[in-house]
Every structure is written in structure tokens, then in C-alpha cells.
Design a protein around this ligand. Structure first.
Ligand code: PLP
Length: 394
């Protein structure tokens, strides 16, 4: 049986009429940039996540970039993040001229390792102004943790260290809108726990637009005003610019589509969890429980519904590349996220990292692959995926 990695058409068909009516209305109004559709969607995301303020932008990448711009991170500065993430996380840091400081990941969750982060921070010195200085001599300006694959990282640990070292936290929640975290101070929503939270509405995300789209949420009203100005070339008043921003505006069409989809997000994420549970059963039945390492669900016992939202379903396997070749032959959808950790990317050679610096990120890049998990995946398709994998290891 052929199984696609992702099938967006089925979901679209369930909302087709509603979306078309809304798109028609926008076409008739000819109001494409900003306006009430964007504002309504921003409010809806605030209500959904509990965030104070939301600013719709062009993409998840630009959400990260504009957050760094709002903090005025610049050349000579450094931002701490993980080397095992989509390129945009560290790419945004480089684009403001700063250096990424990488910290290895936890091998179970693939998210930033808090003990490794603590060790790194303990090794930093302060300058005469009391600023924290990276081991390479830059001024550390922020921590940018990622909630990878739809699972929140250890935010209690990150926030405790951020408070201790007085660093703002920009959550890269591009893959995690709606994911919940059982924090010591109560439930947290991915993106709404730090100072800034960045979402992507790339079509393959749990909440996907009909093109690119993104959003920044933040706590502070003044920061939200600054973000709004930055997304519009930095001008608070038209044609008068105190700062240089860019064109980072979210289209009304995208906002309208996303606003229609948002009320369904929890149902879709629940189906992804059901599919994950079916994989667990099927792999156990196939006798592969000790061969294939399934995604950790560290918050499953917390009682939170969205303890994992499975934007991707990542398994760790022996002979990964040979398995991928076999699955390609069997027409079973799969993908490798991410084959080369960011500290080993050619464009970051200037940062001075080398192979062996982050063993867990490097191991994850060699041993993991994503299997289909989209909400409309059927139990038959899941069994076909597992049967193919079982045939490979037979
Ligand atoms: C972890 C992470 N950060 C940032 C981004 C960038 O988002 P976008 O593709 O909307 O620019 C993505 C999207 O793939 C992502 O997965």
C-alpha cells in the first residue's frame, strides 16, 4: 500500500465551502494587506494560547527575525539555541549579524538539554557592564529554545536559567502551536511561556496556511507595538521611520484561512495522538518495540490534553539510511528531519564548531526519520507502514 507522508487535500475538502466563501469576500473587498481579518486572527491566537499580544507576520522565519530585531540583537552579540532544528532558528540569528551558541540536545526528546545549557552558562563570565559573555567573547542576548516536532522543551529549566542570568527567551514554537507544558507554575502553552513566541503557518504545520505565514506573540504591550512597527518598515506613522524594519506583514487571505482552521486545531492534534498510539500498538505487535525507538511523551501523565501535538512522528532506528531506501522503494512516505545539524553547516563554519561537539544532535541526525502522522491517516495505512518496516528488519 502506498502511504503519503502528508496529504493536505483531505483536510481542505472538509472546509472547502467555508474557505472559498471567505476568500471570495476578501476578493470582493480588495483589502489584502493587514486589516480586520489579520486583527481577528491575532485575537483568536491570543485567546487560544493565552498570550498577551500577537503580531501576524510573513513566516515563522520572519517571526524569529523580527523578535531578534525587537530586542536589538546585533553583530557582536550571541543567542543560545539548539543545533538540531530547522535551519531558520539559527539562520535568523545570523541574519541580524549575531552568532549562534549551540547547546546539545536531550536524546529522548530531541529538545535542548537543560543540564548542558546550565553547564554552558556556568562557564560564562560577565563584562564590566554586567553582561554575560559567551565562551567565544560575544555578548549573550537571548535564549532561543525550540519545541521540536510538537513537544515542548523543558521550559521550567529554561525559564529558571533565563531568570537567573537575566536573558529574554524567544520560543521557536514554529512546530508547536497548541502544545501544552506542565509547568511548575501551571499549564503553559507553547510560545506563550517566554518573552516572545514564534509560530509558523507553513502548510505542513498542524495549523497550515495556503502559503507562508507566521506570528509572534509576546507579553509586553510596548514590545508588541515595536513588532507591529518593525513588520511595516519600522514606521509607527506612515513614511516616518525611527527604526529600520521590513515588509513582514501577514496577508488578509492567509489570516482568514487560518482563522477558519484554528477552531479545528485541537481535533486535528488529537487525531495525530491517536495515530501515535496506533503506531505504538502496531510496533509492539510486530515485535519491533526494542528495535524502533518511538517518540518520548514525557508529559503524557500530566493530564494535559495537548501534551504532544506530533507535528512530526520521529523514530530512531538502526540502519536508518537503508531503511529509508527500502521505504522509498515500497512507496511509504518518510523524511529525514534533519540530516546535518546546524553546527556542521557550511555557512556556519565561521562559528568554529566541529564534528563531535554535539554528539546527541549528530546521532539524532544519523539515526532518525519521520513517518506519516497527519490527522486523516487511516489505521490501515499505519499498519502498512509498520508492516513495511517489519519486512525490512525481518
Ligand atoms: C523549528 C522551526 N523554526 C522555524 C521555522 C520557519 O518557519 P517558516 O517555514 O514559516 O518560515 C520552521 C518551519 O519549518 C521550523 O520548523
Amino acid at each position: 500500500m502506498q502511504v503519503p507522508l502528508l496529504d493536505l487535500k483531505q483536510q481542505y475538502l472538509t472546509l472547502r465551502e467555508q474557505i472559498r466563501a471567505e476568500v471570495d469576500q476578501i476578493m470582493d473587498s480588495q483589502m489584502f494587506i493587514g486589516g480586520p481579518k489579520v486583527e481577528a486572527f491575532e485575537k483568536a491566537v491570543c485567546a487560544y494560547t493565552g498570550a498577551g499580544h500577537a503580531v501576524g507576520v510573513t513566516s515563522g522565519t520572519d517571526a524569529l527575525l523580527i523578535s531578534l530585531m525587537a530586542l536589538e540583537v546585533k553583530a557582536g552579540d550571541a543567542v543560545i539555541t539548539t543545533p538540531y532544528t530547522f535551519f531558520a532558528t539559527a539562520g535568523s540569528i545570523a541574519r541580524v549579524g549575531a552568532a549562534a551558541v549551540f547547546i546539545d540536545i536531550d536524546p529522548q526528546t530531541y529538545n535542548i538539554s537543560v543540564p548542558a545549557l546550565r553547564r554552558y552558562l556556568e562557564g560564562c563570565k560577565k563584562n564590566a557592564q554586567g553582561e554575560l559573555i559567551s565562551h567565544a567573547g560575544q555578548t549573550i542576548r537571548a535564549i532561543m529554545p525550540v519545541h521540536l516536532y510538537g513537544l515542548c522543551c523543558d521550559m521550567d529549566g529554561v525559564l529558571e536559567l533565563a531568570a537567573q542570568y537575566k536573558l529574554p527567551v524567544i520560543e521557536d514554537a514554529a512546530q508547536a502551536l497548541g502544545a501544552e507544558y506542565p509547568g511548575k507554575k501551571g499549564k503553559g502553552s507553547a510560545g506563550a511561556m517566554g518573552d516572545f513566541g514564534c509560530y509558523s503557518f507553513f502548510p505542513s504545520k498542524n495549523l497550515g496556511a495556503f502559503g507562508d505565514g507566521g506570528m509572534v506573540v509576546c507579553r509586553d504591550a510596548a514590545m508588541a507595538d515595536k513588532l507591529r512597527a518593525l513588520r511595516n518598515h519600522g514606521g509607527e506613522r506612515r513614511y516616518f521611520h525611527k527604526m529600520v524594519g521590513g515588509n513582514f506583514r501577514l496577508d488578509a487571505l492567509q489570516a482568514a484561512v487560518l482563522a477558519i482552521k484554528l477552531p479545528h486545531l485541537d481535533t486535528w492534534s488529537a487525531r495525530r495522538r491517536t495515530n501515535a498510539a496506533l503506531y505504538h500498538e502496531a510496533f509492539a505487535k510486530a515485535g519491533l518495540a526494542s528495535t524502533v525507538t518511538l517518540p518520548a511523551e514525557p508529559y503524557a501523565a500530566s493530564g494535559l490534553t495537548n501534551h504532544h501535538i506530533f507535528n512530526q512522528f520521529i523514530v530512531r532506528v538502526p540502519r536508518r539510511d537503508a531503511l529509508c531506501d527500502y521505504l522509498a522503494q515500497e512507496k511509504v512516505g518518510h523524511a529525514i528531519y534533519y540530516p546535518l545539524p546546524l553546527h556542521l553547516q557550511e555557512c556556519f563554519a565561521n562559528l568554529g564548531y566541529k564534528e563531535g561537539d554535539f554528539p546527541e544532535a549528530e546521532r539524532a541526525a544519523k539515526e532518525t526519520l519521520a513517518l506519516p502522522i497527519f490527522p486523516e491517516l487511516t489505521p490501515e495505512q499505519i499498519h502498512a507502514v509498520v508492516a513495511s518496516i517489519a519486512a525490512f528488519y525481518k
